[in-house]
Ligand binder design. Structure first.
Ligand code: NAP
Length: 329
């Protein structure tokens, strides 16, 4: 593929939102020793993509500008680097590309073998691309800080999942219900039936006073909160937590980091825990297997052609997605 050009969508400076995206023709990337070149079939958008464009992680991310965003991809293997052992040309795969490097909003992209997994025919490319960031974050939050065993072998735990209609939340509800959990969820009124259909035991509309107070309708106290929304104060969580209840904040800002430190120092029983995704291949394999077995169903908010990636970008920035937003080359 050396020298061949491909269509891609990139930004040339920080800021600008959807209007800052530019359609370009750039050389097809060449895989390095431990990399795989993919002909992309689907890419999902995550809020981190446009937050990086906004400059929230400046000067660390992205690694360089112009930058082609997009980290969660499904595609077919076209070339493998000389060190690649587990994949061959023609394999269908799902991969998580580093957010620093990106490349998903294009016809072709390179992914590290170490964060690439096989995609069986039972899992569509769109479902596969929906999984990496959202699925791995939901999985990590539930199994690590919250300590939920997804084989159901635990004592029952009461879990609250905020923004349960979003990319992370809708997968978190389904994963939580594989464990022995009672799930309370929050979402907007239009998504209440949707979130119930995912398995949530009780659902609160976050725009009502009861929803804003996060009170379980059945009077439960939460052992863990998978906090996928933003802007909820600790004072709102605190009265709703069990004695050793934990809030796992997946969008931690300075306030969360400070509270986390104070609670550690003061040995507080109720904890606020910041979570940053640390992606693991075996966990992505597990999620793909669950989808194959029909135990996890990524729900797609909307699908957009690469030629209209701006619409996908704007939808994600709006914060109104129900499930995952997909771009297809
Ligand atoms: N730590 C990490 O590594 C990591 C990984 C992944 C994501 N994240 C972060 O986690 C957050 C969620 O990501 P996502 O992909 O799930 O976002 P998303 O798909 O954009 O979430 C959108 C959904 O959230 C709902 N929502 C918004 N505010 C709400 C509230 N206060 N209460 C209940 N529901 C609310 C919206 O419902 P309505 O349309 O009805 O308002 C919409 O359905 C983002 O801030 C993202 O950056 C962090």
């Amino acid at each position: 593929m050396a020298g061949k050009l491909m269509r891609a969508v990139q930004y040339n400076k920080y800021g600008g939102g959807a209007a800052g995206l530019k359609h370009v023709e750039v050389p097809v990337p060449t895989p390095r020793k431990d990399e795989i070149l993919l002909k992309l079939e689907a890419t999902s958008i995550n809020p981190i993509d446009w937050k990086v464009q906004k400059g929230l992680l400046r000067p660390f991310l992205p690694r360089k500008i112009p930058h082609i965003p997009g980290t969660d991809v499904a595609g077919e293997v076209l070339e493998v680097g000389p060190g690649v052992r587990n994949f061959k040309i023609g394999d269908k795969v799902v991969a998580k590309i580093s957010v620093a490097v990106g490349g998903g909003l294009a016809e072709f992209a390179v992914a590290k073998e170490s964060l690439t997994v096989a995609r069986p025919p039972e899992v569509s490319a769109v479902e596969g691309a929906a999984l990496p960031v959202a699925g791995l974050t939901a999985y990590q939050a539930l199994t690590q800080p919250a300590g939920i065993k997804l084989d159901g072998s635990d004592m029952q735990a009461n879990i609250l999942i905020t923004a349960a209609s979003g990319g992370v939340g809708h997968l978190a509800v389904q994963l939580a219900k594989l464990g022995n959990t009672h799930v309370t969820a929050t979402c907007g009124a239009r998504n209440i039936e949707f979130v119930k259909s995912l398995g949530a035991d009780e659902v609160l509309d976050y725009r009502t006073p009861e929803g804003a107070a996060l009170k379980s309708p059945s009077g439960r106290k939460y052992d863990a909160v998978i906090h996928c929304a933003t802007g909820i104060l600790w004072s709102t969580f605190h009265p709703n937590l069990s004695e050793n209840g934990k809030v796992i904040d997946i969008t931690p800002g300075a306030n969360t980091m400070l509270k986390f430190a104070v609670k550690k120092v003061t040995c507080s029983k109720k904890q606020l825990i910041p979570l940053l995704l640390s992606p693991k291949t075996e966990n992505l394999e597990y999620l793909v297997k669950l989808v194959k077995e029909g135990k996890l169903k990524p729900v797609i908010d909307s699908q957009h052609p690469l030629s209209n990636a701006e619409d996908a970008w704007a939808k994600s920035i709006s914060g109104r997605a129900t499930g995952k937003i997909i771009v297809e080359p």
